[in-house]
Design a protein around this ligand. Structure first.
Ligand SMILES: [Zn+2]
Length: 432
């Protein structure tokens, strides 16, 4: 329970998440709610005062593309598909660890992407029971995909007869997608993830969409009918346009987005989660890999390839990345809500390295730090229809606050200097 003592944080810079510039103000909260944000505010009745003149107070951050069960199993077995690296019990403990790591970084809200065995749902329940500490969670589903799609772990490993184990649930036909969506929602998922086609990750986008319109419509109708959300792995233009046409809420990656897509996304009101750090890290790794001396590139699509094919694949990923670097500022100018979050937990992106993604949007994509901070605060809160209670430092909002040393609206790297993390009015990390 939050302490019902009225607390005032005095003299800090405040990035309030409304889009307004940083200002100096006192933030007063009581219980789990913010009471006021004003210059020289409601000191009356405040039992606790903390002077934070060298700090900045922000809304607790969102990670909007979170894989709770991703981690690096250095000495483990080579899994044919994600979610099968280790027994579920071990993955669940990893998920608890990842949730704690997120809290360390000031992340107080998570929007799940895909995960195996309902890890997100159970993680949320463990936190509710007090068995674990972690952010509030919108639980992601399995990754719903079509047979033979890139995510289908049985493409290369068909002889293992994996079926629907691991992170992927493969389906065919609108009825199958509708039934799977109903089951995922019934088991507690909030965000249904669908995989619409190749691209992002380790290979360039291909202009196709793995689901038919009828299949995707079945998912979106079912989820929306129950007040839940749909997110789509959509690297290609065709997948982006299908997503907005049918009403997907969060478009992941969107590597091939162009002017036509931007207009369509704006009209639909969807958010885009670009996950820009993965591409950068993957290209740093892949372009420095020498197949002649080091052997085949270890991150691929599961099938063996010649050195020429590998080189072509990497060039394709580079082209998609350069395109997205060019386009992202256009998305911001068009007013599309962008969300921060990436494939943390994959080998090149350890959980906890969340600030690096935000730094990439500033340094490599050329977007103002004050705008990038909205990717992790106001934008995701609005996308999840909680824009009136989360994602801003304002009277009446949830007292989810991040206190850092310095001013991240000028120097985004200041987010690494966490002084304290407050969740629902309780200091859960650091000290004031
Ligand atoms: Zn992902």
């Amino acid at each position: 329970m939050a302490d019902a003592v009225r607390t005032v944080l005095r003299g800090a810079k405040v990035f309030d998440g409304s889009g307004a510039p940083v200002r100096t103000a006192d933030v007063c909260f009581e219980g789990d709610r913010i009471v006021s944000v004003e210059e020289g505010s409601a000191e009356a009745g405040a039992a606790q005062r903390f002077d934070l003149a060298d700090c900045c107070i922000l809304p607790g951050l969102f990670q909007s593309h979170f894989h709770s069960g991703f981690g690096h199993f250095g000495s483990g077995t080579q899994a044919p598909m994600l979610g099968l690296e280790a027994p579920t019990a071990l993955l669940a403990m990893l998920a608890v660890h990842n949730a704690g790591t997120a809290l360390d970084a000031g992340v107080t809200s998570l929007i799940g992407s895909s995960n195996p065995d309902y890890l997100d749902v159970n993680l949320r329940e463990a936190i509710l029971h007090g068995y674990a500490e972690g952010p509030r969670i919108w639980a992601g589903s399995h990754e719903l995909t079509a047979s033979g799609a890139q995510e289908d772990g049985e493409n290369r490993s068909w002889f293992m007869r994996l079926g629907n184990h691991g992170v992927v649930w493969k389906l065919d036909g609108a009825d199958a997608f509708r039934r799977a969506t109903r089951e995922e929602l019934g088991r507690g998922c909030d965000v249904i993830k669908v995989a619409l086609g190749p691209g992002h990750g380790a290979s360039p986008a291909e202009e196709r969409c793995n689901l038919t319109d009828a299949e995707l419509e079945a998912v979106v109708e079912t989820a929306h009918d129950r007040g839940r959300f749909v997110r789509a792995h959509a690297p290609s233009k065709r997948a982006i346009l299908a997503s907005v046409r049918i009403g997907v809420d969060i478009i992941d990656h969107a590597d091939r987005i162009d002017a036509e897509c931007i207009d369509a996304v704006v009209a639909s009101g969807a958010a885009v989660c670009p996950t820009g750090l993965w591409n950068k890290r993957f290209l740093e790794f892949a372009e420095n890999w020498d197949t002649a001396s080091q052997g085949p590139m270890p991150i691929g699509d599961g099938f063996p390839e010649t050195p020429d094919e590998t080189a072509r694949r990497i060039r394709g990923v580079r082209a998609d990345y350069e395109h997205s670097v060019e386009m992202l500022p256009e998305l911001v100018r068009a007013g599309i809500p962008l969300l921060a979050g990436d494939d943390f937990g994959t080998p090149l992106l350890p959980h906890g390295d969340y600030v690096a993604e935000l730094e990439t949007y500033v340094k490599d994509f050329g977007i103002e730090a004050s705008e990038v901070l909205l990717f992790a605060t106001r934008n995701p809160a609005r996308t999840m229809r909680c824009g009136d209670s989360l994602g801003q430092v304002a009277a009446g909002f949830q007292a989810d606050l991040l206190v850092v040393e310095g001013d991240p609206s000028n120097d985004i790297g200041a987010l690494r200097r966490v002084r304290a993390v407050i969740q629902s009015g309780r200091v859960v990390r650091g000290a004031l």
